[in-house]
Design a protein around this ligand. Sequence first.
Ligand SMILES: [Zn+2]
Length: 138
Amino acid sequence: MVLFTYIKESKSIIDETYIFKIDRRINMKKLFKCSVCGYVSEGDVAPEKCPKCGAGADKFEELSSEATEKIYRSDRTNAIHMEIITLAEKIIVLSKEGIEDNLDPKCLAAFKQAKDEAWTIKQRSKTELAGHMNLGKW
Ligand SMILES: [Zn+2]
């Protein structure tokens, strides 16, 4: 029963990802980037005023179809990285609680290892996101 639930949940996660990708393809719109702050706006025309820095429409440049595709294409992966970072932070908090609880040496060692591994997972995803930002996949 537990296995069945797990498979069912895994399948639904995959399905949602698939639906998300299709939805993004169909709804791909023009993107305009603020040359002052880098904010990216979605729509048929540039916004009258940048929602981030207040710059006028004349400060916006329409992104090429290649740059637009990169941003839409990377949306889901970026969201997955952010979710992984959040989960890793939860593991770090839980591990610290386990370390403080200090039931026995084996648990202590396991929690210390989990804390270190979660840190690695968190930082690896952060590094990927930083790379995406530098490559316009954001
Ligand atoms: Zn701006």
